[in-house]
Design a protein around this ligand. Structure first.
Ligand code: GAL
Length: 349
């Protein structure tokens, strides 16, 4: 139902974009009526392609979740007839700034940008504003004040606090509410993403807050940054298990790739998820869905890459159709979904 609605919306937006861009020089020549000919009749077949060139900047190609996301973006955009170039910022803000400038010099019609650093948002926004390029920011949310300076700018993402809350709820919903050893408190380790990133900050805060809001006593044994990477998750959890052993009841990972690394160390230490330790992530990567269904992860949270890519393209097309965004109304959110063994099959395949 949601999909049908989304498709219908896309079709409407596509038409409005075509109407708005009818005179563009890069429209396919054989569909463009000569200047003094009457406009196409309403029942004429729509042009097969939306046309237009789009630059997509991704913070780092090796990031597992952003790989799913960028592939979805490319597929949706190309499916709509856009010419798309996707570039790798290699986790280097200076490099990404150059890539943005290059796209502007090349005259792209719109930009979709996943900033390397949230703290670079002001600079990115003033650059695209000076060039007048309609821009969709994704995945790393700037503040409403930062976005308010440019009305052809919109952010598409998720409410990171929600994913943290869902992680906490996954633990609360276990048979012993996370208190495996029955000592009256939940002792956990936190494997954090890049701490500069609001997703990492809010997931760290809200996962634990869900427990304390439910009146559960908690003890943080350790918190370590893992920068979203599987190998870091593995190293951190190996060290923490060596140091804290059976005290560790819950492993919170800010994302699934780190949770998959964590699982390797949990298994290497002879521990068994859902029996003597709990493990949760975020993203619903295919590998994590498999582990949830096998009982090797307690749960994860769907970070809907396809839903966000679809929404990003919808907003981009709205901008191309002339839409402007009022201050305070520049964030578009896609919901997270809690994934447990009970519903994991709905997300697989
Ligand atoms: C998060 C995602 C992480 C990582 C990060 C990059 O939303 O959960 O896995 O991709 O974005 O900014």
């Amino acid at each position: 139902m949601k999909k049908i609605f989304a498709l219908a919306l896309c079709a409407v937006m596509m038409l409005s974009v075509l109407a708005g861009c009818g005179g563009k020089s890069d429209a396919p020549a054989d569909n463009t009526p000569a200047q003094n000919e009457p406009a196409a009749t309403p029942d004429a077949a729509p042009a097969p392609e939306a046309g237009g060139t789009i630059g997509v900047c991704i913070y780092q190609f090796t990031d597992a979740f952003m790989t799913t996301y960028r592939n979805a973006l490319q597929e949706i955009l190309e499916g709509k007839g856009y010419t798309v170039t996707v570039v790798d910022g290699a986790n280097d803000q200076a490099k990404q700034n150059e890539q943005i400038n290059t796209f502007i010099t090349q005259g792209v019609d719109a930009l979709i940008i996943n900033p390397v650093m949230t703290s670079a948002a002001d600079q990115i926004i003033s650059t695209v504003q000076a060039a007048g390029i309609p821009t969709v920011l994704i995945n790393r949310e700037p503040s409403a004040e930062q976005m308010a300076v440019y009305d052809k700018l919109v952010y598409v993402g998720c409410d990171a606090a929600q994913s943290g809350t869902f992680q906490g709820e996954l633990i609360l919903e276990t048979p012993n509410g996370g208190d495996i050893n029955g000592d009256g408190k939940v002792s956990y380790i936190m494997v954090q993403g890049d701490p500069e990133n609001i997703d990492a900050q809010l997931r760290t805060e809200y996962s634990v807050k869900a427990l304390t809001d439910a009146g559960v006593e908690v003890e943080q044994l350790n918190l370590t940054r893992g920068d979203w990477m599987r190998e870091r998750g593995q190293e951190i959890v190996a060290n923490d298990l060596a140091q804290f052993g059976a005290q560790v009841e819950v492993v919170f990972c800010n994302n699934d790739d780190m949770a998959i690394g964590a699982l390797q160390s949990i298994q290497a230490a002879g521990r068994k998820v859902n029996e003597d330790i709990y493990l949760v992530g975020v993203d619903a990567l295919d590998a994590a869905l498999n582990e949830v269904s096998n009982g090797n992860m307690t749960g994860t949270v769907l970070n809907d890459a396809v839903g966000q890519a679809t929404a990003a393209v919808e907003q981009m097309e709205a901008l191309l159709g002339g839409k402007t965004f009022a201050a305070g109304e520049q964030s578009v959110y896609v919901d997270y979904v809690k994934v447990t063994p009970d519903n994991v099959a709905d997300f697989m395949g």
